[in-house]
Design a binder for this molecule. Structure first.
Ligand code: ADP
Length: 322
């Protein structure tokens, strides 16, 4: 757990953060979200002591970061930034091995870890390990940057617009891979973005900032369905209910009834548990059915459940994050 307690940070006369208090939970992805200049990167850099606060207290696992040596802190935190920071004269394998090198790992252990990580990020190890950064696409280079941050298996991962410079298509596949990796590794991730869609897709918890002041924190569903003020409402935009449908998964919204005695007719279309509610609604509109079964999940999902979400009324069985 990373705790911010009344943190303020000034750059000269400019206040970049104003009495920020927040708790970043363990093993989840927390998103710092807001427009450019709202203080997201400043918040991130405070966590690994690249900068220090003017006021307030930051603690990690109950211990003030003043009591951690910067080096000790940074070793427990992988850091990925937008501008690709791979060293151009080093191969992929050498880039991934940077921190293990510092930690004086043996060659064999380093090699094994590198191959493991290339596999984790979905790149063919034999093909990529000896490439140089100039031989990689933008998306591949960012994958390697993530692998490098994970090399020594740090419990924390700080990510500052890590996919911001990648084209939209590649960005989506990087996001999907990130979701998969995080499902396996369950790191404590702090992720900076100004992109609402990205925040909603990746975040377990979202912290919305404006002018260095925390506006709202909550699950993506909270932020979309119950914006705390005018600013958050404007930021999430007028089509927030549709965004919410993109975010909710069909498997979580069935009525839970046991249908083993009345299995659906063989030709009834089925949803997958991982389909989102927008897909579910489209299929219902297409087929004219008012409910649909979900593969592998008991019960059916009803059109009226989805409609209640679009109207932003409380859903029948809302997914909770905690
Ligand atoms: P974000 O990451 O949300 O874009 P930042 O945390 O980078 O925002 O910046 C917050 C505010 O502090 C901005 O107004 C920015 O101009 C200012 N700022 C950030 N870094 C510096 C710096 N090194 N010197 C002076 N002002 C800075």
């Amino acid at each position: 757990m990373i705790q911010f307690e009344n943190i303020s940070k000034w750059y000269g006369k400019q206040k970049a953060l104003d009495t920020l208090t927040m708790t970043i939970p363990e093993g989840k992805t927390s998103i710092l979200l807001g427009p450019s200049g709202c203080g997201k990167s400043t918040t991130l850099r405070l966590i690994n002591k690249l900068i220090i606060p003017d006021e307030g207290e930051i603690s990690i696992k109950g211990r003030s970061i003043r009591d951690y040596r910067a080096e000790e802190l940074r070793r427990s935190m992988g850091y990925v930034i937008q501008s690709i920071a791979l060293l151009p004269h080093m191969t992929v394998e050498e880039n991934i091995g940077l921190v293990p090198d510092l930690l004086k790992w043996e060659e064999q252990r380093k090699e094994k870890r590198c191959l493991e990580l290339l596999d984790l990020i979905g790149l063919d190890a034999e093909q990529y390990r000896s490439k140089y950064p100039a031989q990689l696409s933008g998306g591949e280079a960012q994958r390697i940057a993530v692998a490098r941050a994970l090399a020594a298996d740090p419990p924390y991962l700080l990510m500052d617009e890590p996919f911001g410079a990648v084209d939209p298509l590649n960005r989506e596949s990087l996001q999907n891979e990130f979701i998969e990796i995080q499902r396996k590794l369950k790191k404590t991730v702090v992720f900076v973005t100004h992109d609402l869609e990205e925040a909603v897709r990746l975040g377990d918890r979202i912290f919305v900032l404006k002018n260095g002041i925390l506006q709202q924190s909550g699950s993506p569903a909270d932020i979309l369905s119950k914006p705390a003020n005018e600013f958050v409402r404007d930021f999430v935009g007028p089509d927030r209910s549709l965004k919410l449908l993109n975010y909710y998964l069909a498997g979580n919204f069935t009525d839970g009834t046991d249908e083993t005695d009345h299995p659906p007719a063989p030709e009834t279309p089925e949803l997958n548990a991982g389909d989102n509610l927008k897909t579910a609604l489209s299929l219902m509109l297409e087929t004219g059915l008012s409910s649909l079964p979900v593969k592998g999940v008991s019960g059916r999902i009803h059109r009226k459940t989805i409609e209640s979400l679009v109207n932003l009324k409380e859903p029948r069985n809302p997914e909770t994050e905690e």
